[in-house]
Design a protein around this ligand. Structure first.
Ligand SMILES: [Zn+2]
Length: 364
């Protein structure tokens, strides 16, 4: 007998935690934080649970035995399959027992390891100590008698997948999050083709914008950004999710077209240094002179920050202040105190360019 139990992601944006049970096999599809539910009790990063068990008491985590690190019951889930690394799909992974294998794409594993290095997890900042089991598109994974086929999709973070899952009672397609107007829409088309070929019985799809939305293609976004930057005399300050590599590339191109350099955070530089090893991703290289690193004033730098600052030549607020019309400064709201020293000149502008408001609440 096969069952699907939705512990999140229904009637809300993200928070996906879908349990697939097939006889004695139990697999979770994603294990994300529901920001709408979390927001009722907490406000990351300033107000977070003191005891992680409290997340179960408040029903923010499903009331399950044998899943969480703080619960000593025997392991009761065989695997967690990750579609992509937005926090509303993976944010609760650090709560999960290390014995439960987590399957994800290679790029997703690289990004999540970087999250752990940078203490970027919202809950359970130590992250996951054991490695991830990685897959590439087209491979077939097996958990007990259940066969899972990951197929890439295009989304605002690299390493995003949908799945076709063959159970004893038929096939299930799980899309994860996807887009068809993004930089690599052909990836999503590949997924749709496989779903058609395999003929699934159940479709679990994301539907955030299913009824009405005007969506710009990445190229249109680039043209709009170019128009704004071309018509700005002063400093351009920009925000986008550090994992949105397509948007980073778009800003990089716009900066280049307008004779400006892109000044990125140490966090962004660290992530790029990890991702540039994968030739499939074609990420802008940190050795490119077009990219500079912004060094925030801090009493103490973390090990991963020192690693970046030793390698890259960094600029500080005072330096940016002197070359305002020559740079695009990437800054989140938490970097805004630096603007006191940057002193943006009249005619400067701020561009908020986030495609996913549910994944980047934790930017300190
Ligand atoms: Zn997403």
């Amino acid at each position: 007998m096969a069952w699907l139990v939705f512990y999140g992601g229904v009637g809300e944006v993200g928070g996906n935690k879908v349990l697939l049970e097939d006889d004695d096999v139990r697999i979770f599809l994603d294990f994300g934080v529901s920001f709408s539910q979390m927001g009722k009790f907490y406000s990351a990063p300033f107000l977070l649970p003191k005891r992680e068990e409290g997340l179960v008491e408040l029903r923010l985590l499903p009331p399950l035995k044998g899943v969480y690190k703080f619960d000593e019951s025997y392991v009761s889930v065989d695997a967690i399959i990750v579609s992509h690394v937005h926090m509303d799909h993976v944010g609760f992974l650090p709560m999960v027992k290390e014995e439960i294998p987590v399957f994800c794409g290679e790029t997703a594993a690289t990004i999540m390891d970087a999250f752990t290095d940078m203490k970027r997890w919202i809950i359970g900042r130590e992250g996951r100590k054991g490695g991830f089991k990685t897959f590439r598109t087209g491979e077939k994974l097996r958990v007990g008698d259940v066969e899972i086929r990951p197929i890439h999709v295009d989304h605002s973070v690299p390493g995003s997948y949908g799945f076709v899952i063959h159970t004893s009672e038929g096939a299930v397609a799980y899309t994860g999050d996807f887009r068809i107007y993004g930089a690599k829409s052909e990836l999503t088309e590949d997924f749709v083709r496989v779903v058609e070929e395999e003929g699934v019985d159940v479709l679990i799809t994301e539907a955030t914008n299913i009824s009405s939305a005007y969506v710009s293609s990445e190229r249109e976004v680039g043209e709009k950004l170019n128009y704004i930057v071309r018509n700005t005399d002063g400093l351009v300050i920009a925000y986008f999710a550090s994992t949105d590599i397509d948007r980073l590339r778009t800003f990089y191109e716009v900066a280049k077209r307008n004779g400006r350099k892109l000044v990125v955070s140490v966090r962004q530089a660290y992530l790029l240094s990890k991702l540039e090893c994968d030739p499939h991703l074609n990420v802008p290289s940190m050795s490119d002179e077009q990219i500079m690193v912004f060094k925030k004033r801090k009493r103490r730098y973390e090990k991963w920050e020192e690693e970046v600052l030793e390698k890259e030549s960094a600029v500080e607020a005072g330096d940016v202040s002197k070359m305002q019309d020559k740079v695009i400064l990437v800054a989140s709201l938490y970097d805004f105190e630096e603007l006191i020293d940057v002193k943006p000149m009249p005619g400067s502008c701020y561009i908020y360019s986030s495609s996913e408001p549910f994944n980047e609440e934790m930017e300190i």
